[in-house]
Design a binder for this molecule. Structure first.
Ligand SMILES: Nc1ncnc2c1ncn2[C@@H]1O[C@H](COP(=O)(O)OP(=O)(O)O)[C@@H](O)[C@H]1O
Ligand SMILES: [Mg+2]
Length: 410
């Protein structure tokens, strides 16, 4: 199988998928905007060929360069797992007559309003919402929908420019802040717990499914620097509340016409048990979620995905052995990391539960936690029992502290 893979080296997890594709036996044609000499060695090794383009997000330019580059080659599929390039991949498939999800189908995974309309049309519960392109339209929508409500970009990611609005007074303030966003979605605020539903699908049928819980909800994690956000995969998918989310997820995949590949959906569980659709992407979740899923079942979903998109049986492990939690750390203070407290005690105490860890080393400059969920690094732990997994995750959140410049001892 000859597979074109857009953005094979960026963002962070893409090298794993590039290797997974090669491991599955595909010939990988990479297209990206890193110069070939800058590619990580393992990506270089996994690629059969590489086209360096000046700007991967300049769709017309990439389409014409790729067209010239691939002339005379037989290509079986065009894949990408980076949200900003999923529509480009679809356009490229259509232009070159290669099977896979159409541009219109992928749009349903990209445009939040269209997404919700299609999901609602299938009779599934979505937050009441409206698209707005002016302050006037936002005010009108707010009046119809009522408070509290959510305002967010129609094609946002990572909770950027997303606001919970309590009343008319706050609406005016938020309007000033989202002035630069051309199209927003105004939505009913859904109170409840927040989960993912992740799949690898073959022709729309999930051959692998995962659920993870966000603790706290992403919007809070994104607003409160002092918290260490946790995401934990749920080992026991048979719980009725989780099954309700999975049923919703499967309905959404049908409603949107999913084809083959990864999906990452978010859903809400209200206190009365009702489940509500949040959003979905036709790509894998980021921020190490695929590693968490791998640690949940001791398997390699990077290669499993590679097999699925190159027309082979994915042979995935469906048995779930652990709840695997990732804890994102934010240092206190600014500038460079000066010391890390509590880490060796944590490691000694939880050695058998620790899966992996990538904290910024002393001397490294803090990352911008508002721009990356990964923040100043992460710790991943697992345990077969949910409460035990969370207890360890909470210990990583509370007992390990990174200090940067200008911070004071606890
Ligand atoms: N209608 C809603 N009700 C409650 N919370 C919401 C709603 N829409 C968004 N949020 C909150 O904002 C976060 C980000 O919104 P989301 O739609 O997932 O966009 P993205 O993750 O692409 O930025 C969600 O995880 C959730 O916490
Ligand atoms: Mg989201």
């Amino acid at each position: 199988m000859n597979i074109v893979f857009l953005a094979p080296a960026y963002p962070a997890e893409m090298p794993e998928f590039t290797c997974g594709l090669a491991e599955a036996g595909a010939r990988v044609y990479g297209i990206g905007d890193s110069p070939a000499r800058m590619l990580p060695p393992k990506v270089k090794e996994a690629l059969y060929a590489y086209l360096h383009v000046p700007r991967i997000l300049d769709e017309d330019d990439v389409l014409s360069r790729a067209h010239d580059w691939l002339r005379g080659e037989h290509i079986d599929g065009i894949e990408t797992l980076w949200e900003p390039t999923v529509l480009l991949a679809a356009k490229m498939r259509e232009r070159m007559g290669i099977p896979g999800m159409s541009h219109d189908t992928v749009l349903g995974f990209r445009d939040k309003q269209l997404m919700k309309e299609r999901v609602a049309a299938a009779g599934l519960r979505v937050p009441y919402s409206a698209r707005a392109t002016s302050s006037h339209q936002v005010r009108q929508a707010a009046e119809r929908i009522g408070y509290p409500l959510i305002i967010q970009p129609i094609d946002g990611a990572g909770s950027a420019d997303t606001y919970r609005v309590e009343d008319v007074g706050e609406l005016e303030q938020v309007l000033k802040r989202v002035g630069h966003v051309p199209v927003v979605s105004v939505e009913e605020f859904i109170d409840g717990e927040e989960f993912t539903h992740d799949t690898i699908c073959v022709d729309g049928e999930p051959v692998y499914e995962n659920v993870a819980q966000y603790l706290p909800r992403p919007l809070i994690a994104r607003t409160d620097e002092s918290c260490s956000p946790i995401i934990c995969t749920v080992r026991d998918l048979s719980q009725p509340k989780i099954q309700a989310g999975i049923t919703l997820g499967r309905g959404v995949l049908k409603a949107l016409g999913m084809g083959t590949g990864f999906t990452h959906m978010e859903w809400y569980l209200k206190s009365d048990g009702e489940v509500v659709f949040g959003e979905i992407g036709c790509r894998a979740g980021g921020a190490r979620l695929v590693d968490q899923m791998n640690f949940t079942s001791d398997q390699d979903l990077f290669t499993g995905w590679g097999r699925a998109v190159s027309g082979q049986r994915p042979n995935l492990m469906l048995q779930r052995r652990y709840n695997a939690a990732i804890i994102f750390k934010r240092a206190k203070g600014h500038g460079r990391i000066q010391r890390i407290e509590g880490l060796s005690e944590f490691e000694n105490q939880h050695r058998d539960r620790l899966c992996a860890m990538e904290l910024l080393p002393v001397g490294a400059r803090r990352r911008d936690w508002t721009q990356t969920l990964i923040s100043d690094g992460w710790i991943m732990v697992r345990h077969p029992n949910w409460d035990e997994a969370l207890k360890t995750a909470r210990s990583a959140a509370d007992d390990v502290t990174l200090f940067a410049e200008g911070s004071h001892p606890a």
